[in-house]
Design a protein around this ligand. Structure first.
Ligand code: FMN
Length: 199
């Protein structure tokens, strides 16, 4: 295949389009973040990269706390809105009709409508260039009980999550496999050919 080689850029897709809450119950803010991910399993660590000019930047810098609220197809319009409006000018929770509720470990409120919220405490802030990377420990997770089955398992696929790629939002769709399926042994067919199935 013929390739074109371009200069280095942030061309990774898909990424999440997460709703990050910061501030306090009295003075909350929400911004949309694409530059985020998991960087360690134990301790559970994440990062968000925020431009210093964002209203949220200094709030997170001084409080050392934020929450990552996963977004769903029902919330995609508000997700875009929180990514184009600034908390300097508007109360985005009110604008979006989101209900902010207390988190368990941090003073930052979480979005009630979000199926999963990660409560994060900053361990390091690193100015990288255009963005400051806030490395953080995930100190608690708030999961909507509607997506937890009787065995305590969280079924994220049921929430209908969204992804962001090249400036566009997508709903996660067809399941293609599950972890390790490529090496898992296939179950043998019990029925011999020609044998009738028992009801
Ligand atoms: C899909 C999407 C992803 C975004 N990702 C980031 C990001 O990773 N870092 C960032 O600093 N801004 C990002 N933004 C822009 C901010 O969300 C936007 O500037 C927002 O208005 C900042 O809000 P604030 O001024 O209230 O903090 C993104 C916007 C959108 C729509």
């Amino acid at each position: 295949m013929a390739k074109q080689f371009w200069k280095g850029s942030s061309l990774l897709a898909p990424v999440p389009a997460a709703l990050v809450t910061c501030g306090t119950a009295e003075s909350p803010n929400i911004l949309t973040i694409g530059w985020t991910g998991i960087v360690c399993t134990r301790p559970a660590m994440t990062y968000i990269s925020v431009r210093p000019e964002r209203f949220s930047h200094d709030i997170i810098m001084s409080s050392g706390e934020f929450a990552i609220n996963l977004s769903t197809p029902d919330m995609v319009r508000q997700t875009d809105l929180c990514g184009v409006k600034s908390g300097r000018d508007v109360n985005k929770a009110e604008l979006c009709g989101f209900h902010l509720v207390p988190a368990s470990q941090i003073a930052v409120p979480i979005i009630d409508e979000s199926p999963v919220s990660l409560e994060c405490r900053v361990t390091e802030s690193k100015p990288l260039g255009t963005h400051t990377m806030f490395l953080a420990e995930i100190v608690a997770v708030a999961a909507d009980e509607r997506y937890i089955d009787s065995s305590g398992r969280l079924s994220l696929s049921q929430c209908g999550l969204i992804a962001y790629a090249h400036g566009e939002y997508f709903a996660l769709g067809k399941k293609l496999g599950s972890f390790g399926y490529s090496v898992r042994k296939k179950k043998k067919h019990r029925r011999q050919s020609g044998e009738r199935s028992k009801k």
